[in-house]
Design a protein around this ligand. Sequence first.
Ligand SMILES: NC(=O)c1ccc[n+]([C@@H]2O[C@H](COP(=O)([O-])OP(=O)(O)OC[C@H]3O[C@@H](n4cnc5c(N)ncnc54)[C@H](O)[C@@H]3O)[C@@H](O)[C@H]2O)c1
Ligand SMILES: [Zn+2]
Length: 462
Amino acid sequence: MALNALGRHLALSGFMGAGKTTIAPEIASRLGRKVTDIDAGLPVSTLFNTLGEKAFRVEEAKRIKDVLDRRHPAVVDLGGCAIKSPSVRSALSASAFTVLLDVDARTAWERCADTGRPLARNEDQFRALHAERQPLYREVADAVVPSGDADGVVLAAAGVHHELGALARLGELVPGDGPVALVGDATVMGIHGADAQTALGDRLVSVHELPAGEEAKQASVLERLWRELRLDRSGTIVGLGGGAATDVAGFAAATYLRGVAWVAVPTTLVGQVDAGIGGKTAIDIPQGKNLVGAFHWPARVVIDEALLGTLPERERRQGEAERLKTELLAGRHLDVRGAASYKAALCLRDPHDVGPRRWLNLGHTFAHALEAAAGFELAHGEAVALGLLAALRLSGRDTRIVVQALDPHPVSVDRDRAWEALLRDKKRSDGEINLVLLGDDGPFVEPRPEADVRAALDDLIV
Ligand SMILES: NC(=O)c1ccc[n+]([C@@H]2O[C@H](COP(=O)([O-])OP(=O)(O)OC[C@H]3O[C@@H](n4cnc5c(N)ncnc54)[C@H](O)[C@@H]3O)[C@@H](O)[C@H]2O)c1
Ligand SMILES: [Zn+2]
């Protein structure tokens, strides 16, 4: 079974009326991929009528296999019957992540009756065919998502599982059947550790507590972990906690035995909408935060919003700033699941952070400068809230949404120190600085004159 669509085709399967053709372009645009059109311009009914069913199926299977054999990952609309062909099924398992768009027989019939589709002319036959196909659809699927749920398809494609109460099912959600080491933030382990251990059951072979919060992100903590871990290469590290704990657990997984699988279970809002997703892992060194790390995509991310029930308000505010940032980028309201899906799509699109994933830095150039000038006494979320104000102002956009949601207040730091930190963070060329900005069609990166950037930074400081 494929774990995600990273570097693989994203194949959409499902019965007639599951909405594959409607959702495919939306998914493709979110992932920056092309939709591969199997019908090549000819409507199914025409092909079906000219070729007859049997010859049509052979032709369809051949076309799909050709598409799946192409290297460049695409979004592939599999049609309703292609999975009946064994050669399509083996091509899928070799090179695709297959999502079943689940639709019940009644809804499917309502959508397909009177559309002239050859197999949707008689309701009883239609329902019988629906029932007959279900086992095969499920056998071939790497994930099952309700029809029409674009966020769900993207989350599944990134290996993200969002479910209230998912912690209790952690044992089943950790892929494979090898041994598991639980690596958790000490505070979080005190609250949710027992539930996590129970859920992991017999697979759990060791438990490792990390210092709470940012203290965990040190080489000495990692080194202790390396010495304590007893996994073989079939093992999985489960990281439980906020972004700090999942960053360390993920980096340990990237390095231990030259890389073992890991699962992130983020317990903060920052973790659930941001840090747990996308495979960036890191620790801090005295020279700066996140300077040593690796890209190591988690085998699964388990988002259980029930875990946020014990999160202190101050920590929740940190996450609100990142959620609002994501909402601004997406241009629409996003709950935790929607924000996670938006980030997941950008990371799948650009796993190594050399293109559109950088949009996630909206407001962060300013935030990092203020944090550095405040000697890291300023919380990241407060700094991001201010940074978003500056980014919106430089984009010529209304800042009301940030003011209403986050109520940021200018901070008292040294202006020159903040400016120097910003210049250290950002390369300038010809008196201009590249920034993530927002336009009517979404985010873009563009240079702005230094004087304007400095003025925007000054506005955030009292
Ligand atoms: N890898 C990435 O892509 C990425 C993205 C963003 C941030 N980060 C990193 O994430 C870190 C910040 O993460 P964070 O904001 O989640 O903070 P955190 O991990 O430092 O946790 C904050 C505090 O909340 C406590 N806590 C966590 N979950 C709790 C719960 N459910 N109930 C009660 N207390 C709980 C922790 O013990 C800690 O004291 C930074 O180190 C940052 O560099 C990484
Ligand atoms: Zn941030």
